[in-house]
Every structure is written in structure tokens, then in C-alpha cells.
Design a protein. Sequence first.
Length: 207
Amino acid sequence: MQAFTTLTGVAAPLPLANVDTDKIIPARFLKTIKRSGLGVHLFDTLRYDETGAERPEFVLNQPQYRKAEILIAHENFGCGSSREHAPWALLDFGIRCVIAPDFADIFHNNCFKNGILPVRLPREVCDRLIEDAKLGGNARVTVDLERQVVVRPSGEEIPFNIDPFRRGLMLGGLDDIGQTLQHAPAIDSFEGREKSEKPWMPEISGV
């Protein structure tokens, strides 16, 4: 998982509440277990019409937001089903941070597991950031996880809080597997003792 320290980029304004995971990535695209290739279907029903043509009014279809790395939305982002494909689609598109007043719990957890930083800020602050984001590439936003601040184009710093354990994992680029591998020497030592002390135990290979 890619570490998240400081991100400066274009923020896309999405002033919608209750954006559910089916809106983020419709169920018909969940046939894959690969994390790549889903970005093209991110917000599919909002981005494309019935013929598959882009809707020019949707924010991510506008030239200044096609490479946005930050998304700013309203309340209850990521509600609905627990599909992990939702953060996969966001990340594959290029979104590394979502800022909103709050998130659905499972989506919130899945973001951390996939290298996306979900930042909770009050609605009125999100609305100010959305106004900033409407300026497109002329108004880049910085998200500094080390200092836990969002920096507006004006230079104003807005503090946010992330659980210290999760903050450490994001800064270190550690997902669940990465956390386990940190203990590889202890695991190897344990397995060696088990093999020596309990030779009758069958070995498990090819796992």
C-alpha cells in the first residue's frame, strides 16, 4: 500500500449527501476481484448517460477535474452495502483523499485498508472547501497527514484528527498484510519452535 504523508492536488467538489457505494461503483461491475480497472466505472450512473456517453455537467468529466486526487462531499459518504470495490474504484481513478462531514463506518474502515485517507470536517468547513474546489486547477488543496491539517488555497490551515494507530499505518504504507509482515521474524521463530517441539504436527505448504 502506498504511504500517505502529504498530498497537494486538485480537489473535485461533489456537494451531495448520502452517496452510497452503489453510486460509487454500481453492482454490475463487481464481477472482478482485481483492484485495477474500476476507475473508469467510478460514479458510472452520474458520469455517463444511457448510451455510455459522458455527461459534461458531472464534475469528474470536466477537464480541470479529470486528474483530481481529492474529493469533497457532504454527509454520510459511502453508505449502503459494504463493498470494498468502492474504495478500489476511487483509488484506481486517482482519488487518495475524501473529505466529508462523516462517513459510513464500513466504507471508512475500507478506505484506511486501501490507502485512501478519509478526513472528517464540519459541514460548514466542507462547504468552504467546495467553494475553493470550484476554482479547479487554480486552487490546489494540501492534505498533510503528518501535521493533521488541510491547507486551503488561501493558506488557511484547518486541523483534523485521525486515530493515532491508523495514522501510523497510513504514514508507513501498511495494510493488514504489511502489519503482519512487520512481525515476520517472530512468526518464523515461533514456527521453528513448533516444528522442533512438535515434530508430529504436519507441515502446511503451498498456502
